[in-house]
Design a protein around this ligand. Structure first.
Ligand SMILES: [Fe+2]
Ligand SMILES: [Fe+2]
Length: 140
């Protein structure tokens, strides 16, 4: 049983966004199980760095989309991204310095997964509603 699995409740309905969200969920579960099982610090560190890089890449894609559509809540959405990306970078750095697998799995389970699920289902869904046809989410 993996830490977290994709479900339709997480769907925003925007294909490119959902594809990347699915990949993030897979990478988070992968990192969690690697950190649980592997004592090889380099292997864990690489998985953590790959996830952190993909988080940034995903946020940049969404931010470009929001700028393209002149999304009114761009600033507050981007602020959430910046805070999370910064925290993830700190978590990775802490692991690189400490090699503490337990602290990493706790951060993944107690912070990263809940944050992303909340962000997908609220903030990203609001953006998706706007993409679909304005603030009400209905096509004009
Ligand atoms: Fe997203
Ligand atoms: Fe987002």
């Amino acid at each position: 049983m993996s830490l977290v699995q994709w479900s339709d409740d997480l769907k925003t309905g925007v294909c490119g966004v959902d594809c990347q969200h699915k990949a993030l969920i897979r990478m988070l579960s992968g990192l969690y199980s690697i950190a649980e099982k592997s004592q090889d610090r380099e292997v864990v560190s690489e998985a953590a760095s790959l996830l952190a890089d993909f988080v940034v890449e995903h946020f940049q894609c969404e931010e470009k989309t929001m700028r393209d559509i002149v999304y009114p809540a761009y600033e507050s959405h981007k602020k959430q991204h910046d805070e999370f990306a910064c925290k993830v970078a700190e978590i990775v750095q802490h692991f690189d310095e400490s090699g503490d697998n337990g602290s990493l799995t706790t951060s993944v389970q107690s912070y990263m997964v809940p944050w992303l699920i909340e962000h997908f289902t609220k903030t990203d869904k609001e953006m998706a509603g706007f993409i679909a046809g304005g603030p009400s989410g209905k096509a004009a």
